[in-house]
Design a protein around this ligand. Structure first.
Ligand code: UDP
Length: 212
């Protein structure tokens, strides 16, 4: 039976993921799933809300989550697993993954992303275009990279951290990795030279906490 893949999130990132999913899963039929959209179609593909999607005829259904907000991704993963809907990973054809890289389920690696060697990544990681991760990094669950993040070697990024476009993170060392704490936000273009505490928002060069 033909699989029906729902790209969850009919917005900007959903439209960006569509060609990638189409290329990776050529046998599948594709639609969008969105709980807020008023439209019926996007870029030539049907949009259903989640309830309507569940009611569609194909039994073999799966989603790829195309939403940058990691807390929403976590809620949607829980909802889909309750309904036995698989959450698939998506990897662009020119994304490079070198050696001894472990990645959890539901990850999205967009075009021109590069993961080098000896890297461990949790579930639902999103790496937008041109981002890279170098050797010996450890990335938690639900971490999000905007486009062109430069994540050098020996960096640990904890769950739900968000790294903005063009941020550069200085390498750590094997005995003292640079740590980005849980839920931290690194602003676009930031140059991170030291640890970022959990929940902090840092911006600038060198990156400093955003003043309240
Ligand atoms: N969305 C949804 N269900 C949810 C939360 C969000 O379908 O529980 C949809 C929302 O309607 C929107 C999309 O996800 O169309 C998120 O789009 P947004 O532009 O915020 O994110 P981006 O595409 O930049 O990740």
């Amino acid at each position: 039976m033909q699989q029906l893949i729902g790209i969850y999130g009919a917005s900007g990132f959903g439209r960006e993921l569509l060609p990638l999913v189409r290329e990776q899963y050529p046998e599948a039929s594709i639609c969008f799933v969105d709980d807020g959209s008023q439209d019926e179609e996007l870029n030539g593909y049907k949009i259903y809300n989640y309830k309507a999607y569940l009611g569609l005829a194909p039994k073999d259904k799966a989603v790829v989550i195309a939403i940058a907000d990691s807390r929403i991704r976590e809620i949607l993963v829980a909802k889909c697993s309750k309904d036995n809907i698989a959450v698939l990973s998506a990897k662009a054809s020119n994304s490079i993954v070198l050696d001894a890289v472990e990645i959890g389920e539901g990850s999205v690696l967009c075009h021109f992303t590069q993961l080098t060697s000896n890297i461990k990544i949790g579930k639902q990681f999103h790496a937008n275009i041109y981002s890279y991760i170098a050797h010996d990094c450890v990335i938690g669950d639900y971490v999000t990279f905007a486009p062109r993040v430069s994540c050098n070697g020996n960096i640990h990024i904890h769950d739900h951290a968000y790294i903005g476009t063009g941020a550069v993170i200085k390498q750590g060392t094997p005995d003292k990795p640079l740590i980005i704490g849980k839920g931290a936000i690194v602003g676009m273009g930031a140059v991170v030279t030291k640890d970022v505490p959990a929940g902090a928002v840092v911006v600038g060069n060198p990156a400093r906490p955003l003043s309240k």
